[in-house]
Design a protein around this ligand. Structure first.
Ligand code: SF4
Ligand code: SF4
Length: 295
């Protein structure tokens, strides 16, 4: 089944303005890619222009290429044909971030199951380069599961980012067909649990709604995440990137998203939750983190 018409609450305006154009120019000069642009993210205008403070905003950089060793059924990234790592990328990303003047940066990557350390060392080096060149910046990383290997997760912890995110994506019953078969509910929980147990770094995860999950399963997932001491959860609407991807089962009403935000924050005790149709894992990440944690 495919839902043909999107409800009004999913319609957005394209980003514009001087700030947007300036950031885009700097990214081109450094030959860098953001998820914001590649995924045509509807929140781009809001995220790049920053918060009410008017400070620099949030952007999500994609590391280690644009091809993934996995193939999740909701994701538009190409599978296979992996390229060697660009050894200059950590320094290059750090220079661009310093030039743009972002306060908060999100780093994510494709999965690199093809590499001996699955890219954990490259990820850690990028965090260190950014922190060294731009003291005071807050760095959030959205990491793969590293096949559940604790020593690879520890490489990220040791680089001391401010937030470590890993997405569980959906409820336990739907892990497959939604995610690649190498991913899994217990594995994702264990990555998040390890970070919480071994460091004071804030942990974060994200769920897509609209892929066939039931209310009691969402509640169970949120409870399991709190049990694993996850601090922050985001919930957003799944949108089908193309007809060959997983179907959208339903469009979740904004009122339901608000209910889940309240459940997460008021009943289950998450530090904060961003929940809404257009929310993505890194949605206004800097603004929300500063409001909830640093003020
Ligand atoms: Fe996309 Fe991540 Fe799945 Fe790779 S592992 S296909 S980048 S969601
Ligand atoms: Fe970029 Fe994430 Fe914001 Fe989308 S939600 S514009 S990917 S920072």
């Amino acid at each position: 089944m495919s839902l043909s018409r999107k409800p009004n609450w999913l319609k957005t305006r394209p980003p514009s303005g001087r700030e947007f154009a300036g950031i885009r120019r700097t990214l081109r000069e450094h030959d860098l890619h953001t998820v914001c642009e590649e995924a045509n993210c509807p929140n781009l205008g809001e995220c790049w222009s920053g918060g009410a403070s008017g400070d620099g905003g949030t952007a999500t950089f994609m590391l280690m290429g644009d091809r993934c060793s996995r193939g999740c059924n909701f994701c538009d990234v190409e599978t296979g044909g992996m390229e060697p790592l660009d050894e200059d990328e950590p320094a290059n990303v750090a220079s661009a971030i310093a030039e743009i003047g972002l306060d908060y940066v999100v780093l994510t990557s494709v999965d690199r199951d093809d590499l001996p350390d699955q890219g954990a060392g490259h990820f850690a080096e990028t965090i260190r380069e950014i922190k060294a060149r731009h003291p005071g910046i807050l760095v959030e990383v959205l990491i793969p599961d590293f096949q559940g290997e604790p020593e690879l997760v520890r490489k990220i912890v040791d680089a001391e980012p401010d937030v470590i995110a890993h997405n569980i994506e959906t409820v336990e019953r739907l892990q497959f067909p939604v995610r690649d078969r190498r991913a899994g509910y217990e594995r994702s929980l264990s990555v998040l649990e390890q970070v919480s147990a071994e460091s004071g770094i804030h942990t974060k995860t994200s769920l897509m709604l609209g892929v066939g999950e039931h209310g009691h399963e969402i509640y169970q997932t949120l409870s399991d995440l709190r049990e694993a001491a996850v601090d922050v959860v985001t919930l957003g609407q799944y949108l089908q990137p193309s007809r060959s991807h997983l179907d959208v089962e339903r469009y979740v009403h904004p009122h339901e998203f608000e209910t889940w935000r309240r459940v997460a924050e008021e009943e289950l005790g998450f530090l904060y939750s961003a929940s809404g149709p257009m929310v993505r894992s890194s949605y206004k990440a800097g603004e929300l983190f500063v409001e909830a944690v640093l003020r």
